[in-house]
Write a protein that binds this ligand. Structure first.
Ligand code: S3P
Length: 447
């Protein structure tokens, strides 16, 4: 992606309110995991609703390179013929995980307990991101890692022949690290135990059970202790991927910011460890009705009915961060259009996302005339009740969520907002521009 020609776009205030239905693509976290667990199971896993964004396509390609058969049928279903735990084979070439931290870190877990040699790389963004958070604990399985300075990709892995099970307390709230430990534990004897100080998304735990593993989860204060029985037989299982709440965030905030809008976003995943943004927006006075709640493929889902209207400032506690970690840029956009001073606390982890999202979000807002400060790990946004002026050119830093957040802001500002490169939106939400324009947005190539 980073070698591709940049795709600059601008977003302007629409002449009429946003109106209609917008179905967001499948959940990215669940999509990666469905392909990985499918490749580790015995039999054929069928996946419907899989995100076909570039990040997930990287995972599909990696699982193929490791010997699993991964087929995308013309009707949109994906089928994975798994190799069984420990059954993956050595890849003939470097595994390129593109822009995806989740793909890279979870794959480190799988490879740590497979006795094979693999080299992993990624694009310019991923090669800057810290991998030591998985390399250090996974090394205790007996796997050997060699990386660039600071634990950066490219990375060479020699998986353990007889991996040891881990007992690990994750020092940062990270579902990726937790999942890497659990995935390594699949091919280690005995119990793998992970303790997380704050609860993070539990899609790995849910999906492990769905594929037949024995997993126990104990609530421990704000965190959890997860135990996995090693070397289970994973059986192929059908997976229905819900709409991604992290992608729904963009049309949702758009509808809130354009007065008079009425937008429905159907079949959005409502796993309680993912819905922090909805809570925040409701605290800001947003009119969001969640209707038709149901369970699909083991995950709670519902339809969001959003009506545009004024928002007020909020003070968001750091404890909520894991349940909305990817939603801060677009929440900051909403806060910049609200009345009063919003404080978003405890955003340290934002510094190690696809970009330094704390800095990129602050720059996104200030270049468009909003007043924003960073104090330690907190972001403070001074809203006036009217959207900022706009007119800025936002640097997206190879970060899809910065690009989409900036384009959402442009729907509210008097002057259009431009982004230097919207190409990375394809990692998670390839149809974003067309779908947004379909409900009345005005997002166009920049001249
Ligand atoms: C993810 C976990 C989060 C999130 C990422 C997806 C996952 O990362 O930001 O987009 O699927 O496990 P961290 O675990 O680093 O917080």
């Amino acid at each position: 992606m980073d070698e591709a020609t940049p795709r600059p776009l601008t977003s302007g205030r629409p002449s009429v309110p946003l109106q209609g239905r917008i179905a967001v693509p499948g959940d990215k976290s669940i999509s990666h995991r469905a392909l990985m667990f499918g490749a580790l199971a015995i039999g054929e896993t069928r996946i419907t609703g899989l995100l076909t964004g570039e990040d997930v396509l990287r995972t599909a390609a990696a699982m193929r390179a490791l010997g699993a058969e991964v087929i995308h049928d013309p009707d949109g279903t994906w089928r994975v013929a798994g190799r069984g735990i420990g059954g993956l084979t050595e890849p003939a070439d470097v595994l390129d995980m593109g822009n995806s931290g989740t793909a890279a870190r979870l794959l480190c877990g799988i490879l740590a307990s497979h006795p094979l040699f693999a080299v992993m790389t990624g694009d310019g963004s991923l090669r800057r991101r810290p991998m030591r958070r998985v390399i250090d604990p996974l090394s205790a399985t007996g796997a050997r890692f060699a990386s660039r300075e600071g634990g950066r990709l490219p990375l060479a892995i020699e998986g353990a022949r007889d991996a040891l099970p881990l007992d690990y307390r994750v020092p940062v709230p990270s579902a990726q690290v937790k999942s890497a430990i659990l995935l390594a534990g699949l091919n280690a004897p005995g119990i793998t135990r992970v303790e997380e100080p704050e609860a993070t998304r539990d899609h790995s735990e849910n999906m492990l059970r769905h594929f037949g593993a024995t997993v126990s989860v104990e609530i421990a204060g704000a965190g959890r202790i997860i135990e996995l029985q090693g070397q289970p037989e994973l059986h192929a299982a059908d997976v229905v991927v819900p709409g991604d709440p992290s992608s729904a965030a963009f049309p949702l905030v758009s509808a809130l910011l354009v007065p008079g809008s009425k937008v429905t976003i159907p079949a959005v995943g409502l796993n309680p460890l993912r819905t922090g943004l909805f809570t925040c927006l409701q605290e800001m006075g947003a009119n969001i009705a969640i209707v038709n709640r149901r369970v699909e493929g083991g995950e709670p889902v519902g339809d969001l009915e959003v009506t545009g209207g004024p928002l007020r400032a909020v003070d968001i506690p750091g404890e909520r961060a894991p349940s909305m970690i990817d939603e801060y840029p677009v929440l900051a956009v909403a806060a910049a259009c609200a009345t009063g001073t919003t404080r978003l606390r405890g955003l340290k982890e934002l510094r190690v996302k696809e970009s330094d999202r704390l800095a990129a979000t602050a720059a996104l807002l200030s270049v468009n005339g909003a007043k924003v400060e960073i104090e330690g790990d907190d972001m403070i946004i001074h809203g006036t009740g009217a959207p900022p002026a706009g007119g800025g050119m936002v640097e997206t830093h190879m970060d899809h969520r910065i690009a989409m957040s900036a384009l959402v802001l442009g729907l509210a500002t008097a002057s259009p907002v431009a982004v230097d490169d919207a190409g990375f939106i394809d990692t998670s939400f390839p149809a974003f521009v067309d779908l947004m324009n379909g409900i009345g947005a005005s997002i166009r190539p920049a001249r």
